[in-house]
Design a protein around this ligand. Sequence first.
Ligand code: PHE
Length: 322
Amino acid sequence: MSAAPDATALEVLRIRYLGRKGVVPSLMERLRELPPEQRRAFGQAVNSLKETLARALSDRKRELDEAEVSRARADIDWTLPGEWRGVGRLHPVTQIIERSVRIFRSLGFTVATGPDVETVHNNFDALNTPPDHPSRDPQDTFYLENGDLLRCHTSPVQVRYMMSRSPPVRIVAPGRCYRRDTPDATHSANFHQIEGLYVDRSVSLADLKGDLSYFARELMGPEVRVRFRPHFFPFTEPSVEVDFSCHVCRGAGCRVCKQSGWIEIAGAGMVHPNVFRAVGYDPEAVTGYAFGMGIERIAMVLFGIPDIRLLYENDLRYLSQF
Ligand code: PHE
């Protein structure tokens, strides 16, 4: 057995000696033909022959297996490139949300969330938005049959959070929003915002400017410029719109910033006293700032994505670049 050159030869030997019609079983057959007083000794001899053969067989089998493994090892070309596994990656929108949340966390903000389906009260009334405000029009907002709606901004999370906690408040709330916008390069009926709300005893517009400027530099790099323009929102007073200088053309003018050198990123302002009243906060005791930033806009400037629809077509050839 120990001389068998390979596994096939060894198997031939196993069948010849130990197989059903092999030498050992046929010796066992002969047991019956012997006179009774010889059977015991003969049986023992055949059994020990069987054990010896079986051990020789398994020893040789192990030797052959080991030789096989080391031969296979010698055949491996360790310099070949590895097999590529399709590791997934986060969608650009998710990446921006995660990066933004990390920056605001470093400023002491925590994360709050609210549902996509909201009440008219949380989405509009509690945010000092009167019944005749154009954004309440069914032309602009998706209403459900029961009178609820798909939130058109993340601001209702402000209402929910303040209703459930007393001040101070320092939260960001990322999430989906819905508007009846006609899709074009910068509009999508479904998009994301990250809401911010900071309420305490003497929060000022300077805090808003400082915090959003810090956020912009952390996210976009130290060369980004931030511009605050006077604006109007029913739920803040005073209100501003916040622009970042275009990251794609460094302010020179390009397709992404529509040649202006600036991108409108957020609406913001000081929380309106009527919003504090609606949630049971005393507007004489606290002040606060709030902002709502467009995540897709940020993704577009940061990654140089010229059309918002590219984020929603699920074309992995495109998305996996980021
Ligand atoms: N909710 C506003 C929007 O969607 C943005 C905003 C949030 C403005 C908070 C002021 C304060 O346009």
